[in-house]
Design a protein around this ligand. Sequence first.
Ligand SMILES: Nc1ncnc2c1ncn2[C@@H]1O[C@H](COP(=O)(O)OP(=O)(O)OP(=O)(O)O)[C@@H](O)[C@H]1O
Ligand SMILES: [Mg+2]
Length: 241
Amino acid sequence: MKERITTGIDKLDSLMGGGIPKGNVVILAGGAGAGKSLFCFQFLYKNAKKGLKSAFISLEETPKQIIDDAIEAFSDFSDAEDLINKNSLIINGEDILQVISNSAFDDTKQMLYLFNNALASIYSIILNNNVSVAVIDSVTIFKNLISDPISFRLMSMKLINILKKNNITALLTLEVSKPYRDFLEFPPEFFIYDGVIGMYFSSNTDSRIRTLEIVKMRGTSHSTKAFPYEITSSGIDIVEI
Ligand SMILES: Nc1ncnc2c1ncn2[C@@H]1O[C@H](COP(=O)(O)OP(=O)(O)OP(=O)(O)O)[C@@H](O)[C@H]1O
Ligand SMILES: [Mg+2]
């Protein structure tokens, strides 16, 4: 059996035979505020604690915001700052974010140039730090940059190839506009990733429940149900199995 990498959530690991098959590049798709960034932090924190070099490439929030929010939500992860200080857990991406946000978004060639620059930066973070587990939060920014779907798909494959060449197990977040299980659309890029995990809002009469589902995961059998999850001080957890 292929080596597994923990998602950071034990019960989720057990729904896919022990974890993400090593080297898989997985999309974490969900709505705004679903807990995608927190999930990613937990994934890296738990793997860093196991001795795997972990990198959070944040393209939406500054490293400080990511750390502050995670420590605020997960008070039990009090040693996260030690892992960061030891460089076992790297939080990066500020330079890429700055270049993207200072650019004019009106020319496809310029966008592809920016994307290639971003890829080069991601590549150097991975190589220089000997990373084996990584997060890119989020790839929605690339989707917004490259409006032509064929170019976006080709660029996404380029990103996947970089991660695969280095045997990185990765979570890439993607914001979906309709975060409901019945409305999950399968954009073409879903087909090129090894796995897709969906984080949804489900409504009952008077409240919204958050649920999580393994939509696809290459290299393993997995559950096809959606399970309620909650964000607790000791991490995101699945409530019922
Ligand atoms: N201490 C906490 N306890 C419980 N839930 C919390 C706590 N702190 C934050 N949350 C929840 O986590 C959510 C934010 O998580 P996170 O930033 O990971 O979401 P996201 O999916 O990355 O959002 P975005 O689309 O804005 O990037 C908030 O909407 C809130 O509901
Ligand atoms: Mg986020």
